[in-house]
Design a protein around this ligand. Sequence first.
Ligand SMILES: *Cc1c(COP(=O)(O)O)cnc(C)c1O
Length: 460
Amino acid sequence: MCHIDVSAQVEAGLNVGAMSIPQERRLVTAIPGPRSQELLARKQAAVPGGIGTTLPVFVTRAGGGVVEDADGNRLIDFGSGIAVTNVGNAAPRVVERVQKQVAEFTHTCFMVTPYESYVQVCEKLNELTPGDHDKRTFLVNSGAEAVENAVKVARYATGRQAVVVFDHGYHGRTLLTMTLTAKNMPYKQGFGPYAPEVYRVPLAYPYRWPTGPENCAEEAAAEAIDMITKQIGATNVAAVVIEPIAGEGGFIEPARGFLPRIAEFCRENGIVFVADEVQTGFARTGDLFACEHEGVVPDIITTAKGIAGGLPLAAVTGRAELMDKVHPGGLGGTYGGNPLACEAALGVLETIAEEDLVARARRIGEIMLPRLEAMRERFDVIGDVRGRGAMIAIELVRPGIKEPDPAAVAEVVKRCHAAGLLVLTAGTYGNVLRFLPPLVIPEHLLEEGLGILEKAFAEL
Ligand SMILES: *Cc1c(COP(=O)(O)O)cnc(C)c1O
């Protein structure tokens, strides 16, 4: 049965016309309910245990700020499928374009016979990503594939091999990107040997910087640059790859000044500065791209997650003179820039522009940060509150000391899930709760979700 909740749309001031799910939390069974438990048993028999599950409710539909499960429960969504459905699930412009495209053609392979939508997505990304220099974009299937390709282009263009990455970084699960990723468990454990010529340097993590947040940017940049020049040799470095806000690492915003300093060092030394905006991109942080916050212009930017509302798509956008160096056939892939995914991306970009989702993300931050700050004052297990726009996190520690407290995170998450609030965790130490609501979430659901969270802390 379709039921369009007009009041929620009006309240949020959003066009969620085709979204048929009432924008309200509803619990009709325990979480997970009996139907989800049946499906979970089938999953366990059919899918390897290596594919984890944050919350085993099986979804039947989703939209706005709500995920509905097979038992008819409606959960408030603070996860967006890991920063993917920024425009919401089943966003009207995405649905319309994909439906039309699927009936026209589904695949030709862009490298065999091209089509316009691929070119349109590339034109848009060339225009919208930071910097007004001449750019080129090509499309692939996943964030990891985009990062791998950025490294390929950087190595080709510079004739150098070394790649520098940072503490707490996450770049994917393929051989190269798992190597670029910092955290061993669960991403790397048992999967070696890793790819060669990858070097890791410190990240400016203000909350945990030994001499305090004031000195963090300068000292961390100096240490990183010292390691690059002394241990690797700047002339051997093809690329520095960094997330403008470390995502899986725990939503660590590098101390202000760190990113521009690293970018400047790259410029001075002919190193390709790659911003991995797979998680931070597409309005998530209250800028279209997180690099914009400090006016940093990357040589190459990788995007995925929020790009196409959940259809598999990712992009590599970079300076024309770098990107055009590679010989014909040196880049590509069978499915990269699939026509359905390209139409979805065009629908996403229209939605972001027409509904001003950059401003919506900022508004979400303005609502969440003060509420979470107030919780930090009240509950001493909350050590740090951080983030920008709709990419917000809290770090839980043993009161009085900064020792990570992953057990407290697990307890809070359990209570939130039981109450119908879908939240995700993160962090090198597993002690971060992260909030990534769809940018179209109605404000009453945002408030209700924060209330559930507060209650979970009160009960801890
Ligand atoms: C998720 C993520 C990736 C990997 O993307 P996949 O689509 O899962 O391959 C790479 N970099 C960052 C910053 C990410 O958050």
